[in-house]
Design a protein. Structure first.
Length: 418
């Protein structure tokens, strides 16, 4: 595709500059004043960012296409401004062998509208008993994860770390100690106590992180920690970084703007890990401000209506997030002065690109992966408009700013809100 995005505010590593962006085929030909004889898209007053990167999404195929498909999930991602996503391995069959991960790639190659990078499983069937065929699948996965389940055995995790290091891959860890869960399904805090719900203690998250940090010291592997939610997790990772350990982490938009005081008796507030205390939320904010928390990932986890309609106790854990992430973060963090817009782009593009080695910068000569937002566009989150099959969001009815107008992946428009 050849086109010129005209009169936009274009993101650069040193801030924003008013410019045109000319795209020729798949490549960004020029950023500046562009007068090529290309079709013009008026972007006056709009903001152009590099296409966002989400390192934690559930696309549900193969095995659970009644929840989401690769096609609907990647369309939802494009609508949210994403051009690159990493898909989690809790599928059927689990991508723990060459045959299984090839099945996933076949679907991606056929149906994805943006780039999708699958994770391979750490253990066979994600059962924690035996390492997956890590060497066999290494070239077909972005890293190794048993997301949805924590690796309970210290010996198994150490073996996985050593193997991943040998293969030049990263362990991407869902940190959860099953022995501490006690049947909980929301945070073990004031709301659970008042309403008589069984709670999940913070220790069930930070204890495995503490364990993994010690293992990383032993073997020198690289690890990325999924969806941190507690103040203890932030402090452990902060100290580990100071000690020179190769560790990064993510948190989700919901953990940064909601806490258990916002809970309602509705499963659109139920996810794993759960919404924690206000003290935890504020610690996460400090973590993104000082660089301890490296990136924002949605943990987009769609379920069917029936699975999310059984109340807090009995509904499935997980919410959708791809179509609301930027708008929520921009509205609640940038417009309130907590972080800058440039910092938000770092969290949603620059840092995941650097750590995971995927995505492209917004500059001349690079592949055209970018997104155009109208930051003045105010709207109300309405899940019935989602392209995702999953409709459960704690932000239903929330007024936000920042609507994605266009997303371009490899020079082609994959989302266009006309």
């Amino acid at each position: 595709m050849n086109c010129i995005l005209k009169n936009a505010n274009v993101y650069t590593k040193s801030g924003f500059t008013k410019a045109d962006v000319a795209i020729s085929g798949k490549i960004i030909e020029k950023i500046g004043e562009c007068n090529q004889d290309y079709p013009v898209i008026d972007a006056t007053g709009k903001y152009i960012f590099p296409g966002f990167i989400d390192v934690h999404v559930h696309l549900r195929e193969p095995g659970f296409s009644y929840k989401e498909t690769v096609k609907t999930g990647t369309m939802a991602a494009a609508r949210g401004g994403y051009t690159h996503v990493c898909s989690m391995p809790n599928l059927n069959p689990v991508p723990d062998s060459l045959e299984n991960i090839n099945l996933q790639h076949d679907i991606i190659n056929k149906d994805a509208v943006i780039a999708v990078y699958p994770y391979g499983a750490i253990t066979k069937g994600q059962l924690g008993n035996e390492l997956a065929d890590m060497e066999e699948i290494s070239n077909l996965c972005i890293g190794f994860s048993d997301d949805g389940r924590g690796v309970q055995s210290e010996e198994m995790m150490l073996a996985a770390m050593k193997k991943a290091k040998d293969l030049g891959k990263m362990i991407v860890a869902h940190c959860e100690d099953n022995s501490l869960l006690e049947g909980g399904y929301i945070h073990k805090g004031e709301y659970a106590k008042e309403k008589g719900h069984r709670g999940i203690c913070s220790e069930s998250e930070w204890k495995p992180i503490q364990r993994d940090i010690e293992l990383l010291k032993l073997c020198g592997a690289k690890e990325h920690i999924c969806h941190i939610s507690t103040k203890e997790s932030v402090e452990l990772i902060r100290q580990a970084k100071k000690d020179g350990i190769s560790i990064t982490c993510e948190t989700g938009p919901h953990y940064l703007v909601l806490s258990d005081k916002d809970l309602e008796e509705d499963a659109r507030f139920k996810m794993n890990p759960p919404l924690r205390s206000e003290e935890d939320r504020l610690a996460l904010i400090e973590g993104i401000k000082d660089g301890t928390v490296d990136m924002i990932a949605t943990d987009h986890a769609p379920h069917s209506y029936e699975e999310k309609s059984r109340g807090l106790e009995k509904s499935a854990m997980g919410i959708t997030g791809l179509e609301t992430a930027f708008s929520i973060m921009y509205t609640k963090l940038c417009r309130t002065g907590i972080i800058s817009l440039e910092k938000l782009v770092e969290l949603m593009h620059d840092n995941p690109m650097e750590r995971f080695g995927i995505g492209t910068d917004l500059k001349e000569g690079e592949v055209a992966n970018l997104t155009v937002f109208d930051l003045d566009n105010e709207f109300t989150v309405n899940s019935q408009e989602f392209l995702s099959m999953g409709k459960a969001t704690p932000f239903e009815g929330t007024k936000v700013y920042g609507r994605c107008k266009i997303t371009i992946y490899e020079g082609e428009i994959v989302w266009n809100e006309k």
